[in-house]
Design a protein around this ligand. Structure first.
Ligand code: CP3
Length: 359
């Protein structure tokens, strides 16, 4: 049933051919630069905060009708070129046997973190259809809602390293001490853990495309904590495996990380049609390093959205000038939008990117 959603919705073909987001991901010419924003649904929006008064974040994620509603909130408020399914990178860890909660003021917590070989051994790798059916159902609903407006939907997963960082640390962590200790001192357990995470992430991405997602993003938010050599030795094969599984879907794959200026070609070589970069490098420089075989997504500092419009406009213009004339550019932030972001600046930015680049 879910396999066929791409074909059965009336506007599916039109979206494939006309969406400027999908065209840019395929490095085809566009009528204006496409823009979407990482974490575009969330607490900076009053509509979202209102729903959060009644429901926890996990309730929102696990109730397909609510997840669909939240997915649509930024599309109703702004002229964005893509939607991203409302979910989080952490629920797949629950299916593997970890106890997850989001604790007010602390962020995510895993009550039984992975620390030993036995802990790794115990981790399950259930199919996404079983463990994450709520998000797959939410994707089907969101596709129906978006089809009327001919807007494509992005599915996503955390990458093995970023998932491992939560699984091993038990929550957010600055120095990743437990994570790197496991990596350096127990390489066999490390690779076994990463292989299980790659299986879960890859299959989850593939299942999201089969449920209707027209592009997929792998978030490796914390990968910049590693030296490039450690990335190549301990992480890259596993990200490659996840992306290879997802590739079977035949939709564009976005591979995103932060603090990756020193390892851009390594990230690219792990896979992905589009590489997401942060603001710690000039975007044209990143594009030159990455070369013509991939599209580029980025890279405004999310804090710039807090600046007066004239400053924000200056920074957005700089990025657009640097990428002028290059096929395969998707405007985005260099990392997720912050909860303190003024909604009005988001609206102005989205409209500005279109107006400034319209051909
Ligand atoms: O982009 C979107 O609109 C889709 C939704 C989305 C969320 N999380 C919703 C969310 C996406 C793509 C994510 C990805 C995610 N989650 C990442 C990778 C991207 C990144 O920002 O680095 C990571 C590392 C997480 C883990 C996570 N989830 C953390 C660290 C937190 C707590 C921090 C915080 O902002 O509170 C979350 C919670 C979370 N996920 C929120 C949202 C909207 C806020 C929770 C709330 O509503 O209270």
């Amino acid at each position: 049933m879910s396999q066929t959603i791409n074909q059965t919705l009336p506007n599916s073909e039109k979206i494939q051919h006309e969406s400027r987001f999908l065209k840019a991901a395929r490095r085809e010419p566009v009528d204006a630069v496409p823009i979407w924003l990482m974490r575009q649904a969330g607490r900076y929006m009053p509509e979202y905060r209102q729903l959060r008064e009644k429901y926890s974040i996990l309730e929102l994620i696990k109730t397909p009708e609510l997840a669909c509603e939240v997915t649509m909130q930024p599309l109703q408020a702004f002229d964005l070129d893509a939607a991203i399914i409302f979910a989080d990178i952490l629920p797949p860890l629950e299916g593997m046997g970890l106890e997850l909660d989001f604790v007010h003021g602390e962020g995510p917590v895993i009550y039984n973190p992975v620390r030993t070989a036995a802990d790794v051994e115990r981790l399950a790798t259930p199919p996404a259809e079983e463990a994450l059916s709520f998000t797959l159902k939410a994707i089907e609903l969101a596709r129906q809602a978006l089809d009327e407006r001919a807007i494509p939907l992005i599915g996503f997963s955390g990458a093995p390293f970023t998932l491992a960082s939560y699984a091993v640390e038990g929550g957010s962590s600055k120095d990743k001490l437990h994570l790197k200790s496991l990596m350096y001192s127990e390489p066999r357990s490390w690779h076994s853990l990463m292989d299980k995470l790659a299986t879960v992430a890859g299959n989850y991405l593939l299942a999201q495309a089969q449920a209707g997602a027209q592009a997929l993003q792998l978030f490796d938010s914390w990968v910049g904590e590693l030296s490039p050599q450690d990335y190549r030795d301990y992480v890259q094969p596993h990200s490659r495996k996840a992306l290879e599984i997802a590739k079977q879907a035949g939709v564009p794959l976005i591979h995103f990380g932060t603090n990756t200026s020193g390892m851009l070609t390594d990230i690219r070589d792990a896979g992905g049609d589009v590489i997401g970069v942060d603001w710690r490098i000039d975007i044209d420089k990143a594009a030159a390093i990455l070369g013509d075989s991939v599209a580029v997504q980025g890279n405004l500092d999310p804090i710039a959205l807090h600046a007066p419009w004239s400053e924000l406009e200056k920074r957005a213009t700089d990025i657009l000038k640097r990428m002028h004339g290059r096929n395969g550019f998707i405007f985005n932030l260099g990392h997720g939008i912050l909860q303190t972001t003024p909604v009005d600046n988001v609206k102005r930015l989205v409209d500005f990117v279109h107006e400034y680049t319209k051909v």
